[in-house]
Design a protein around this ligand. Structure first.
Ligand SMILES: Cc1cc2nc3c(=O)[nH]c(=O)nc-3n(C[C@H](O)[C@H](O)[C@H](O)COP(=O)(O)OP(=O)(O)OC[C@H]3O[C@@H](n4cnc5c(N)ncnc54)[C@H](O)[C@@H]3O)c2cc1C
Ligand code: SF4
Ligand code: SF4
Length: 431
């Protein structure tokens, strides 16, 4: 049986829906309310429901039934052990890395698009699902099936908005591609893993990017209006490990804004800007990918463009070995102890404090930069805070969904805050 025949045979077993009516460029420019209309309460627009694979929603959607522990057992033969795996996911090896020749147009050093391009160059895959920008915008995502290394390289840099990447699976099927690489976020990867066996693919490589607090495109622009003195000229921005947002402008200058100076209340607070799905997301580190490439635990300063990777599966090792000759390896650093800060965060979740006056904010920013956790400890603290915030959001806003959307490892990961949680919220942390 030929490759295309295999794909056809498998997808014949899957009931497909009629294709979407709007183009992907139109979809990604829409407001969250418009694009998520008619969807379940929690939806990050991963792309399944605008594609002909929509009938698979109940089986694959992370917000209908979070199967991450089941998928983990399938991938690794086990679930997470106590310790760092609870926060970072299961990995075989972990490295500080950067491209020896960084791509100046990339988000960091360009490892993700470098790897995608290499897979095509070496003939290991026939297509890569990656995310370009909608023409005429810097930040609106447009997922594509890239067939050449140049197309993958042209997709470098974050378009930090909800992107329906799995919609492109229709093009994959129609074009007969059966050796595929996918670059995407955790919610997309959950659905892709859950439907993987139905797609008739001969080979699938999943390159995961960490993802948290994503937004619909119009909300991204609202954020830039609050964060930047010149929102229209921002081409690149990142929430850095030095507790500042760095915003790079068209003329190359970099604006740096302390986290504590961001006026989140002007955006309606976190719940006013982030979609309900992203506030109910428990896979920041994209733990079901073959390898995850991010920056959270990488050493500073950001100008050195160090990144980190967690190599998770055998296919991930293959990917790492492929890109290895193009990399420099660095060393992990660590400073501080997150326990006090994260415990204090639990108290603030219960009793949010207003924005302090400028001199206090200045002091907080200095303390965060000079005394706050660094390296691996910074990564642990950020992941724990997102888990705590999102668990509380689900309990407040969608309590009946908790059993289905919060995986068991979240409670294990947060067990050391059980006492402070119970004191503040007057209920146990564990379900
Ligand atoms: C919304 C968002 C939030 C993130 N938050 C964190 C974080 O908190 N901590 C952390 O360590 N890393 C985070 N990342 C990942 C990080 O910013 C870099 O993308 C990653 O380190 C790769 O850098 P690079 O230079 O190797 O990528 P590049 O070579 O520049 O390639 C970037 C890749 O990202 C893909 N991409 C761009 N936008 C999207 C999108 N909206 N959806 C899916 N794929 C997209 C592109 O297809 C491209 O392949 C986030 C990424 C996104 C999109
Ligand atoms: S997250 Fe994906 S699968 Fe779930 S409802 Fe939204 S588009 Fe459908
Ligand atoms: S924060 Fe989570 S749900 Fe939202 S886009 Fe990122 S991975 Fe998906």
């Amino acid at each position: 049986m030929g490759m295309i025949d295999n794909a056809t045979r498998n997808t014949q077993n899957t009931k497909l829906a009629a294709p979407r009516e709007r183009s992907l460029s139109e979809i990604t420019l829409m407001s969250a309310a418009e694009r998520l209309k008619g969807r379940p309460k929690l939806c990050s627009d991963c792309g399944v429901c605008s594609s002909s694979y929509r009938p698979m929603l109940p089986q694959v959607c992370v917000f209908v039934d979070n199967k991450s522990e089941e998928i983990e057992r399938k991938l690794h033969g086990r679930n997470r052990e106590d310790g760092d795996e609870l926060l970072f996911g299961i990995y075989r090896s972990i490295h500080v890395i950067r491209m020896a020749r960084p791509n100046p147009d990339a988000q960091w050093s360009g490892i993700v698009t470098g790897l995608g391009a290499l897979l095509l160059e070496r003939g290991i895959v026939d297509g890569v699902i990656t995310t370009m920008a909608v023409p005429g915008t810097h930040h609106a995502p447009l997922p594509v099936l890239a067939r050449t290394p140049e197309e993958v390289r042209a997709s470098a840099r974050n378009k930090p908005c909800l992107s329906p990447n799995l919609d492109v699976l229709d093009q994959v099927r129609e074009s007969g591609v059966t050796r595929l690489a996918f670059i995407g976020t955790g919610c997309q990867v959950h659905a892709l893993r859950a439907m993987q066996d139905e797609l008739g693919l001969e080979k699938l490589y999943i390159i995961g990017i960490p993802c948290t607090d994503n937004v619909a495109y119009p909300d991204m622009m609202r954020f830039l209006n609050v964060a930047s003195a010149s929102p229209e000229t921002v081409v690149h921005h990142e929430f850095m490990q030095d507790f500042r947002v760095w915003l790079r402008h068209e003329d190359g200058h970099v604006e740096k804004v302390n986290y504590v100076d961001l006026d989140v209340s002007a955006l309606g607070g976190e719940r006013g800007i982030f979609p309900a799905a992203c506030l109910s997301c428990f896979d920041y580190q994209n733990t079901l990918s073959d390898l995850t490439i991010g920056y959270l635990a990488a050493p500073l300063p950001p100008t050195e463009r160090w990144q980190w990777t967690m190599v998770r599966t055998e296919a991930g090792e293959e990917l790492f070995n492929l890109i290895r000759p193009f990399l420099e390896l660095g060393a992990f650093t660590q400073r501080g102890n997150r326990l006090l800060g994260v415990s204090e965060y639990v108290r603030m979740l219960k009793k949010p404090r207003g924005r302090p006056p400028f001199p206090i904010r200045k002091l907080i920013a200095w303390m965060q930069r000079n005394r706050g956790p660094r390296g691996m400890e910074f990564a642990r603290s950020v992941i724990e805070m997102k888990l705590l915030r999102n668990l509380q959001y689900v309990r407040d806003a969608h309590s009946r969904l908790e059993r289905r959307v919060v995986p068991g490892h979240v409670y294990r990961a947060l067990a050391q805050y059980a006492q402070v949680y119970e004191e503040e919220f007057d209920r146990p942390l564990a379900p």
